[in-house]
Design a protein around this ligand. Structure first.
Ligand code: NAD
Ligand code: DAU
Length: 336
């Protein structure tokens, strides 16, 4: 099997590439990634020398380039992760988000149609359902109600991907996952930001009252779900992927402080994120019924392993937290 993976140098894409090489060593993977601030080839050092792995630097929104790559490399499947993935950045600067997430997905779908690629998995998010009131949870038929430029760009790209099934009968599946955590996550997202700040005794910025609820999914559990959809997913179908563990942010932060042995006095309540979704909740029965998939790693264990990764990889952390990160951090947190 030949895979074209987009965004394979990012957090989830790199975990997916590592997992594919572990579970299916004979599969060939081409990783197409622009190496934005979030893309990091250090995340792939364990597979870089593998003859079944190759890297191509490029922009998914550059359609002539993407079409040429697909016609030359002739993948059986496209697994599409590449995105501007951070909500706060999408609020500060929406333009690259719409360009990559919507136009980039269009460029990939259209190039895949023109070059006759057999299957396309579009990796999306539970944020497209918006905030869900207690006690409800969103299944795949739940209405889309987006709050941020990021979630709107993902909802738009989901609809575009599904239209390629309806109109052109392309074998497209869409996955919608909850909040991922694990090693190699860029430290702008809640869990790696809180861990890395705690390790350095820096304040932990908690938006609003910290009672927003997210459903946490270990990154390898997400990647196994994508493999299950590759194997058994139906064309034109959407699959929710959740971790079955909903927690208020403040509870997650307190657990991180406990594991790192730091004081709760580091917690600092700051101005809320504009348009902040209060609660995400997913029903994933469809994926489990279709493929047997379930999340495996308990949150307590996954969080310990994640803290351990950041504590034992200070060089990786220092590299990703230099330069561009500092400017972003100033912009997002100054005056909050
Ligand atoms: P990430 O920000 O860590 O990585 C994104 C990758 O995409 C980077 O390697 C970056 O260089 C690459 N990229 C960005 N723009 C590009 C472009 N124009 N052309 C080519 N490559 C480009 O993101 P992530 O957290 O790994 O998320 C991956 C996917 O999963 C995204 O589509 C995201 O919407 C989705 N998702 C993420 C989560 C989560 O909790 N992180 C949850 C559900 C769904
Ligand atoms: O739900 C899936 C989504 O999860 C993915 O589609 C996105 O790509 C991913 O970034 C993530 O989005 P969130 O906005 O939920 O993740 P983030 O880590 O930015 O924030 C998680 C929660 O923590 C949210 O309620 C905001 C809050 N938060 C976040 C940061 C960065 C804080 O309180 N303080 C912070 O400094």
């Amino acid at each position: 099997m030949k895979l074209l993976v987009t965004g394979g140098a990012g957090f989830i894409g790199s975990a997916f590439v590592r997992l594919v090489h572990k579970l299916h060593p004979d599969w060939k993977v081409t990783n197409l990634d622009l190496l934005t601030y979030a893309g990091n080839l250090d995340n792939l050092s364990s597979v870089a020398q593998n003859p079944n792995y190759s890297f191509v630097r490029g922009d998914i929104a550059d359609m002539p380039f993407v079409e040429k790559l697909m016609s030359e490399s002739k993948p059986d499947v496209v697994v599409h992760f590449a995105a501007e993935s951070h909500v706060d950045r999408s609020i500060l600067s929406p333009e690259p988000v719409i360009r990559t997430n919507f136009n980039g997905t269009f460029s990939l779908l259209e190039s895949a149609r023109r070059t006759g690629i057999a299957k396309f998995v579009h990796v999306s998010t539970d944020e497209v359902y918006g905030s869900i009131e207690e006690p409800y949870e969103a299944d795949e038929n739940y209405p889309l109600r987006t709050s941020s430029p990021y979630s709107s760009s993902k909802a738009g790209s989901d609809l575009l991907a599904l239209s390629y099934y309806t109109t052109y009968k392309m074998d497209v599946s869409v996955t919608r996952a909850s909040n991922n955590y694990g090693p190699f996550q860029f430290p702008e997202k809640l869990i790696p930001l809180m861990i890395s700040n705690a390790l350095e005794d820096k304040p932990l910025p908690i938006y609003g009252d910290g009672m927003q609820i997210r459903d946490w999914l270990y990154v390898d559990d997400h990647c196994r779900a994508i493999l299950a959809v590759l194997d058994k997913g139906q064309a034109g179908e959407i699959y929710n992927v959740g971790g079955s563990l909903a927690l208020p942010n403040i509870e997650v932060v307190k657990r991180i402080l406990k594991i790192t042995g730091k004081s709760e006095s580091l917690m600092k309540y700051v101005t809320d994120r504009p348009g902040h979704d209060r609660r995400y909740a997913l029903n994933c029965d469809k994926l489990t019924a279709m493929t047997g998939w379930k999340p495996l790693l308990p949150f307590e264990q996954g969080l310990e392993e994640t803290v351990n990764f950041y504590a034992t990889n200070p060089d990786w952390l220092a590299r990703v937290r230099s330069g561009e990160y500092r400017k972003y951090y100033e912009l997002n947190y100054a005056g909050r």
